[in-house]
Design a protein around this ligand. Sequence first.
Ligand SMILES: C[S@@+](CC[C@H](N)C(=O)[O-])C[C@H]1O[C@@H](n2cnc3c(N)ncnc32)[C@H](O)[C@@H]1O
Length: 277
Amino acid sequence: MSQGSNITDHYTSGELLERLNAALRDDGADPSNPTIEALAPYDQFHGRGLDSTQELAAGLNVEGDNHLLDVGSGIGGPARYLSSRFGCKVTGIDLTPEFSDVARHLTQAMGLDGQVAFEQGNALAMPFADGQFDGAYSMNVSMNIEDKEGFYREIFRVLKPGGWLVLSEVSQGPGGAITYPSPWARTADSSFLATPGETREGLEACGFVVTGFRDNIAESKAYAAKVRDLVDRGEKPPHRAVSLIHGDIGDQAAKNMAEGSRNRCVIPIEVVCSKPV
Ligand SMILES: C[S@@+](CC[C@H](N)C(=O)[O-])C[C@H]1O[C@@H](n2cnc3c(N)ncnc32)[C@H](O)[C@@H]1O
């Protein structure tokens, strides 16, 4: 089995849309008329869900005529959010066919398909022209990518000179290996965590100028406390993507991630960089 199929198998259930529609109905939402808010627990498939997408957006300077690239776009929550917030065009690319199909379905159901499009494909060989995008972002994807240099170089290639990249990622911390399954990998074979230092050096070696670099440890702790409070009060946690997508192993993956964060095996980071003019 190739590494790519390990990864797509990990993310594929074959019944994601049915599960999502059932979850929306259980929440009292109408699956045929989804909204950003109703989908947010499920379509923001990264640490701290919509909160972290909103933070990423708050740091951007995006014009309505910009065209953004979402690398590893999942089922499209971040792309739809950014397009709705800025009125810009967003194109997403993702390796997992089922995710790309569900992303297109939801985008059409929300009437955003004139602005937001999804390609199924590999971030290491994207079907886009050189210098096509004003900006790019990637949320919780590089953990599945062994060839980090190829990943950064390919994003650099498709950005316009002066274009920006924001990476919001899970990095390797000092606490040792995380326990699997994790939300991004069933076993260590398809997990490729880089340390914060390796991430910065890798981006710079590919020509990016790093303009912002921070960890989100404090934000993650505060979010975990907020989730515990809600659950203690008998409410649903705000982020339910891992259970929805991973079904049987979802709860264990979420627990392993929480423990890995507490033990500093993983550290969430956000890196902002640009392609020189
Ligand atoms: C944890 S999910 C994050 C999805 C999305 N960025 C979000 O935040 O909602 C990781 C995604 O990376 C995608 N992915 C992994 N390796 C990839 C590759 N080589 N090229 C494109 N997408 C990839 C997976 O299919 C999956 O959708």
